[in-house]
Design a protein around this ligand. Structure first.
Ligand code: CAA
Length: 379
C-alpha cells in the first residue's frame, strides 16, 4: 500500500493553494458579507483548468484523476467555500454527468465550454417538496413531437443565476414512479425559464443559490440525457461522485479552520505563555488534527476507488458523512481557540463555521448518507 501522492498530485495541490492564497483570500470577507458571487475568481479558475479537471482533454478538460480533484477542492475550500461549491457542482455533477451519459452532440455543444469554465452549469434536482425524498419530483416534462414541454419549480440551485446550462430532472411518466423520471439539458434564456429569488443564506454566502421556474419551456428531444426513465438513476449516479467533491469541501473547511487555530495558538499569549503551551489548547489541536486526518483518508479512498473504476457509492457517502461532521466540530473548536477574536469576521473562522453547516445538508443530508451506507452494509 502506498500513501504517497504523485508529483502531479502535489503540483495540482500547490497550484490550487497558491491560487487560493493570492486570488481568493483577498476580498473573501467582503464577498461573504455582501453575498457577492466570485465572478472574476471563477473565471480565473476556469483558465487554470479547475472547472473541468477530470474531463477528457478531447472535450477540453484537464484529464486529471479524482485524487487531484479532491486535493484542489480541499485547498480552494480552505479559503473560499463559496467558490469551491461552484467548482464542485461544475466538475462532479454537470461535467461528469454529461461526459458519462451525454451524446457526442451534447458533449460538443455543452461539455466543451463547461470544461474550460467558459460557461458554468447547474444541477437541478431539489424541489420545494422533493429534497431528501428525491423520487417525489413534481416538475413534469410532457413529450410533444420533437420537444418536451417542461413545467415546474426547482429550489436551492447552486449557480442558479450564473449558470448557462442546467441539468434538470423531471417526471416524464408519473405512473412509473422513479422509473418515469428523465434528465434534460436546459439553456438559460429559453422562453418560460425564469430565475427566481436568490437565497439569503447562513453560510457559503458568496455562492449563488436560487429557485428556478419553468413554464411551458420547450426542450428539444435531443437535449434529453440518456433514455426516457433514466433520470433518477442518472441523478443518483451523479450524486455518488458529487459527494466526493462535497466531502473534500468539508475537509478543506475543517483543515482551513484548524490551520488558522494552530497559527493563532502560537501567537496569542495568556497567563505568560502562548496558548499553544496550555494543555487545554493542545488537546483541542490534537483532536482536530486527528479527526481531519481520518476524514482525509476517507475522502482520498473514495476518490481512489472512483479512479480505479471500483464501486464508490458507499465510500463517498461515508466520506461525506464523516468529513461534514468533522467540518462542523473542528470549526466550532477553531472559534473557541480564537476566543473573542474567533467571533469576529476578520479572523475567518466564524465564516468557516457558518460554511461548514451546509456540508451536512446539500448533496444529501447526513441522514441520507446513513441510508446509503446502511443499505450498502445490509445489501
Ligand atoms: N447510487 C446509485 N443508484 C442508486 C443510489 C445510489 N447511491 N441510490 C438509489 N439508487 C437507485 C436504486 O438502485 C434504484 O434503481 P433501480 O430502480 O434501477 O434498481 C433507484 O435509484 C431507486 O432507489 P430507491 O428505491 O432505493 O430510492 P429511495 O427513494 O428509497 O431512496 C435516496 C433514494 C437514497 C433516499 C435518494 O432519494 C437520495 O439520495 N436522496 C437525496 C437527494 C440528494 O442528494 N439531493 C441533493 C440535491 S443536489 C445538490 O445539493 C447539489 C448542490 O447544489 C450542491
Amino acid at each position: 500500500m502506498n500513501f504517497d501522492y504523485t508529483e502531479e498530485h502535489l503540483a495540482v495541490r500547490d497550484a490550487a493553494r497558491e491560487f487560493a492564497q493570492t486570488e481568493l483570500l483577498p476580498g473573501v470577507i467582503d464577498r461573504d458579507t455582501e453575498a457577492k458571487f466570485p465572478h472574476e475568481q471563477i473565471k480565473k479558475m476556469g483558465e487554470l483548468g479547475f472547472m473541468g479537471m477530470m474531463v477528457d482533454p478531447k472535450y477540453n478538460g484537464g484529464g486529471m484523476d479524482t485524487v487531484s480533484y479532491v486535493l484542489a477542492m480541499e485547498e480552494i475550500s480552505k479559503i473560499d467555500a463559496s467558490a469551491s461549491v461552484s467548482m464542485s457542482v461544475n466538475n462532479s455533477l454537470v461535467c461528469w454527468g454529461l461526459e458519462k451519459y451525454g451524446t457526442e452532440a451534447q458533449k460538443e455543444k455543452y461539455l466543451k465550454p463547461l470544461a474550460t469554465g467558459e460557461i458554468i452549469g447547474a444541477f437541478c434536482l431539489s424541489e420545494p417538496e422533493a429534497g431528501s425524498d428525491a423520487t417525489s419530483q413534481k416538475t413534469e416534462a410532457v413529450k410533444d413531437g420533437d420537444h418536451y414541454i417542461l413545467n415546474g419549480t426547482k429550489n436551492w440551485i447552486t449557480n442558479g443565476s450564473t449558470a448557462s446550462v442546467y441539468l434538470v430532472i423531471a417526471q416524464t411518466d408519473p405512473a412509473k414512479g422513479h422509473k418515469g423520471i428523465s434528465a434534460f439539458i436546459v439553456e438559460k434564456g429559453w422562453d418560460g425559464f425564469v430565475i427566481g429569488k436568490k437565497e439569503d443564506k447562513l453560510g457559503i454566502r458568496g455562492s449563488d443559490t436560487h429557485s428556478l421556474m419553468f413554464t411551458d419551456v420547450k426542450v428539444p428531444v435531443e437535449n434529453r440525457i440518456g433514455e426516457e426513465g433514466f433520470g433518477f438513476n442518472f441523478a443518483m449516479e451523479t450524486l455518488n461522485g458529487g459527494r466526493i467533491g462535497i466531502a473534500a469541501q468539508a475537509l478543506g473547511i475543517a483543515s482551513g479552520a484548524y490551520e488558522l487555530a494552530l497559527a493563532y495558538s502560537k501567537e496569542r499569549k495568556a497567563f505568560g505563555k502562548p496558548i499553544s503551551q496550555h494543555q487545554a489548547i493542545q488537546f483541542k489541536l490534537a483532536d482536530m488534527a486527528t479527526s481531519i486526518e481520518a476524514a482525509r483518508l476517507l475522502v482520498i479512498k473514495s476518490a481512489w476507488l472512483k479512479d480505479q473504476g471500483k464501486d464508490y457509492s458507499h465510500a463517498s457517502a461515508m466520506a461525506k458523512l464523516y468529513a461534514s461532521q468533522v467540518a462542523m466540530e473542528v470549526t466550532v473548536e477553531a472559534v473557541q481557540v480564537h476566543g473573542g477574536y474567533g467571533y469576529v469576521k476578520e479572523y475567518h473562522v466564524e465564516r468557516l463555521m457558518r460554511d461548514a453547516k451546509i456540508t451536512q445538508i446539500y448533496e444529501g443530508t447526513s441522514e441520507i448518507q446513513k441510508i446509503v451506507i446502511s443499505r450498502g452494509i445490509l445489501r
